[in-house]
Design a protein around this ligand. Structure first.
Ligand code: HEC
Length: 156
C-alpha cells in the first residue's frame, strides 16, 4: 500500500498543527496565575466582557436598560483603574503580548491608560443621563482608546 506524497504532506501538516496547538495550550496553562501578565489579562478580559454588554445596546442587539447600563459603566470605571499596576516598571522575562514600546515610551503608555480612565468616567456620567443617545458616543470613545493603545502597545 502506498501513500501519495500529497496525503503524506497533509497528514504531516495536521500533526504539526495539532502539536503547535497543544504546545500553545500548555504554555498558557503554565502561566503563573499570580504573575503580572496573568493578573492584567484577567482584568482586560473582564473589561472586554463589560464593554461588549454595552456595545450590545449601542448596536441594538439588546433592548436598552438604563439601570443595567449604569452598572456596566461603573464596572468599567472600576476595571479601567486596575491593569496598569500589573505592568512592572522594568520589563521582566515574560512580557506577554505587551510590546517593548510600553517600557521604551512609558509616558505615552500611561497617557493612554489615563485616557481610558477618563473615558470610563465620562461613560458613567453619560449612562446617568439614561438615554441610549448619550451612551453611544461615550461607549465608542472608550472603545477607540482601547484600540489606540493596542495598535501602539500590543502585539497582534
Ligand atoms: C494603555 C494601553 C491599553 C489600553 C488603554 C487598553 N489596553 Fe488592552 N492591552 C494592552 C496591552 C499592552 C495588552 C497585552 C497584555 C499582555 O499580553 O500581557 C492588552 C491586552 C488586552 C486583551 C488580551 C488579554 C489576554 O487574555 O491576552 C484584551 C481582551 C484587552 N486588552 C482589552 C482591552 C479593552 C476592552 C480595553 C478598553 C476598555 C483595553 N484593553 C484598553 C494595553 C491596553
Amino acid at each position: 500500500m502506498s501513500v501519495s506524497p500529497l496525503r503524506f504532506a497533509l497528514l504531516l501538516l495536521t500533526l504539526l498543527t495539532a502539536l503547535t496547538a497543544l504546545t500553545a495550550l500548555t504554555a498558557c496553562n503554565r502561566l503563573d496565575p499570580d504573575s503580572p501578565v496573568a493578573q492584567r489579562r484577567k482584568v482586560f478580559k473582564e473589561m472586554t466582557k463589560t464593554r461588549e454588554h454595552l456595545m450590545d445596546y449601542v448596536k441594538a442587539k439588546k433592548d436598552y436598560d438604563a439601570d443595567t447600563a449604569i452598572r456596566e459603566a461603573e464596572t468599567l470605571q472600576r476595571l479601567s483603574r486596575q491593569p496598569w499596576a500589573w505592568f512592572p516598571e522594568m520589563k521582566t522575562g515574560d512580557a506577554g503580548r505587551a510590546k517593548d514600546a510600553v517600557w521604551q515610551n512609558p509616558e505615552a503608555f500611561h497617557q493612554l491608560a489615563k485616557q481610558v480612565q477618563d473615558d470610563a468616567d465620562a461613560l458613567v456620567a453619560a449612562s446617568h443621563q439614561r438615554s441610549l443617545d448619550a451612551l453611544k458616543p461615550a461607549t465608542k470613545k472608550l472603545e477607540q482608546t482601547c484600540t489606540r493603545c493596542h495598535d501602539q502597545f500590543r502585539q497582534s
